[in-house]
Ligand binder design. Sequence first.
Ligand SMILES: [Zn+2]
Length: 273
Amino acid sequence: MQDWQWQQKQGILYITIPEWSDRGALAAFSARLGGVSNMPFDSLNMGLHVGDEPQHVVENRKRFMQATEGQLEQMVCCQQVHGDKIKLINQSHAGLGARELETAIADTDAMITNVPGIFLTTFYADCIPVYFFDPVRKIVALAHSGWKGTMLRIAEKTMLTMITEFKCRPEDICSFIGPGIKSCCFAIDDNLADKAGHEFASLSDIIRYNNDTHYWDLTATIQQCLLKAGIENNHLNICRLCTCCNADNFYSFRRDHGNTGRMGAVITLLERD
Ligand SMILES: [Zn+2]
């Protein structure tokens, strides 16, 4: 599978997968550049829930949507709670959470749709975005997988919901595991290392021990869960960029001690005439 790439449009920098665009789905992950927010949210903060000026966030979202050829009214956002609830999205949800937090879909961390033009949207500052695209059944999905969501296997559950609800075949599904905190920076305490080691006992090389510290590789954990769920290795595309290591391009909850902005992840089925 062709790899992800950086793209720049109208001063907005984002990661995308050109091959998916050719096959009918646009996936994008924003960097922090090209927006209007002030420190510590400088400058393309996409998150309304972090204490930034709401009108700045809405302007940033408009800019990101314009760069990806969408509109604010097509965004659907959820109130991410690090859980494992998955919502099926239709046209009636268009615009929810785009301009204000209150209308975002409650208690949800993953969304799936078969409606072209709906932009499933989630927000990040270290958690891992997991994108899905079935080019045969024309389905897209997006899952927010931090360590809690990874423990709950939200990416795998999202893929299984695509199979049960939309008759997707595992061999058709493509997935992209995006930027996030990688094993270089994701130090965890002994207690969490025990829990993760126990939950994922059948997986290999997901926790590394170095200088008295455990480091959890969330990306490898998600990758191995998806492979076990039946995704084909050559349909799995992985971005190794660490949000904590790359301060120029990304916000990082851990690096910035919680006081920071959010990147946006979007995926949409392209409308074809
Ligand atoms: Zn790192």
